[in-house]
Design a binder for this molecule. Structure first.
Ligand SMILES: Cc1ncc(COP(=O)(O)O)c(C=O)c1O
Length: 438
């Protein structure tokens, strides 16, 4: 049996007094005391990181399975990225003018992801989505966007609909309601969002057909390593969009980490537009969006600034140089290494849980792995709701106490400095926590 929640919380508090102090004092200056609390309460404040390790402000060492929300693929402070940043830092940092990294990284992206013929840069994945949504409306002349229930596309109003709605507001399985995620989102925005269910081709067909004259684009979050969605499903959605004259947008902000050419390469789809972020910045804030030139060329300012994706720091040299170094370092060989590690992790976690009485679904896509604490298959957002919240927290705290920063065993990622020994250490720790061999 896993230790009780109260025991684990007491042990965690004893190990992390400086985090608790920062949290208490920070509350005076920031709502909630910290930005990225990620369910740790009090939050865990990190101080430094190197390779696949992080140290908190109490100098506890952790193996990092989160990698800044899946962004870092080469671990912390990879050499090429540090050299690229070092060079820019001494040469002006940022200029209000085009710079010589733009073409290089744009060329890299278009060669790496063949569906992207032209690309633009922003400061976050959210901004990439924001610009993409507007571009789709402008290109199609249609007002609405469609997204999947449970899909996440950043924090712009149009995207923050039906990410994790309460089940009493969410409507039927086949025709989910559009539910604003937060207060302050206008009803007029919500009215322009159509919500689709994952893994239900018949329902998707019906909803898209009924709304095809109003829907500019379908945004698709692959939920890689999170929901069990066969490739046939995304191929179906992409084909349906083509048939009905709807722009198909693949959101690869996170999923570019699962394959060299992104999830679209794994699934064999050719999206009209793709959004990117995270690993494309190599640790610097970034977003990018791109795709077919007939759509992207609406952004061409030489044709009269009908569409803009401006921003003081958009395409800044630090981000682009770090991003290019990170992307060039994330070679197909690195992806192959990560897949070996990810497969070993997922299989090992399954083995550990199978010897316990904790029901679990291990969801795994190459180098992203989640352990959902539910006995039933996880095919959509509603299936996730059934998980055991208390056990999830107990496992999270237990693993933190073992020096494993694995959040709630959700969207765990491997990085290139890891080896099979890193995986086996994690599995040993999990075994210890699950069977309370402490
Ligand atoms: C699929 C997806 N789209 C968009 C975003 C938003 O990116 P950002 O956090 O850079 O705004 C995220 C962030 O996690 C994401 O996972």
């Amino acid at each position: 049996m896993v230790k009780s929640l109260s025991t684990l919380e007491a042990l965690f508090a004893k190990k992390t007094p400086k985090s608790a102090e920062l949290y208490e004092s920070g509350k005076e200056f920031m709502p909630g005391g910290a930005m990225k609390s990620l369910g740790y309460n009090p939050p865990l404040y990190m101080n430094r990181a190197s390779d696949c390790y992080m140290w908190d402000v109490d100098d506890n060492k952790y193996v990092d399975w989160i990698n800044n929300a899946c962004a870092m693929i080469l671990g912390h402070s990879p050499k090429g990225v540090v050299e690229a940043l070092d060079n820019i830092v001494h040469n002006g940092i940022v200029f209000g003018a085009p710079n010589n990294f733009e073409k290089a990284i744009a060329e890299h992206i278009t060669k790496r992801i063949p569906s992207i013929e032209r690309v633009r840069f922003t400061n976050s994945g959210t901004e990439a989505l924001m610009n993409t949504i507007r571009l789709c409306r402008a290109y199609s002349g249609k007002p609405k966007i469609a997204k999947f229930e449970g899909g996440f596309h950043g924090t712009t109003d149009d995207a923050e609909v039906s990410i994790a709605p309460s089940i009493d507001t969410a409507g039927s399985d086949e025709a989910p309601n559009a539910v604003p995620e937060y207060l302050g989102i206008n009803q007029s925005t919500v009215d322009n969002v159509v919500v689709l269910p994952y893994n239900d081709s018949e329902a998707v067909d019906l909803i898209l057909r009924e709304n095809k004259d109003d829907i500019a684009a379908v945004l698709y979050d692959p939920k890689a390593g999170n929901y069990d969605i066969p490739h046939e499903f995304v191929r179906f959605v992409a084909e349906k969009c083509k048939e009905l004259g709807i722009i198909f947008v693949m959101d690869e902000v996170k999923s570019l980490r699962v394959a060299y050419g992104g999830y679209q390469e794994l699934a064999g789809v050719d999206p009209d537009l793709t959004t990117l972020g995270k690993l494309v910045g190599g640790g610097m804030p970034v977003g990018a969006f791109g795709g077919k030139k007939e759509i992207m060329d609406m952004m061409d300012q030489t044709k009269g600034y009908k569409m803009s994706s401006g921003g003081t720091y958009s395409a800044n040299p630090m981000t682009l140089a770090a991003g290019l170094a990170h992307m060039e370092g994330a070679t197909p060989e690195v992806y192959a290494h990560l897949k070996i590690l990810g497969d070993r992790l997922a299989k090992g976690m399954g083995d550990v849980f199978s010897k316990s009485d904790i029901p679990v679904q291990i969801l795994h896509r190459d180098n992203i792995t989640s352990a959902h604490l539910t006995p039933d298959p996880v095919r959509n957002y509603r299936d996730i709701l059934k998980f055991d919240k208390e056990m999830r927290r107990r496992l999270m705290l237990g693993m933190l106490l073992e020096g494993q920063y694995a959040r709630e065993l959700q969207e765990m990622t491997v990085s290139s400095p890891m080896t099979t020994a890193t995986i086996d250490d994690f599995l040993g720790a999990l075994e210890k926590v699950v069977h309370d061999k402490g």
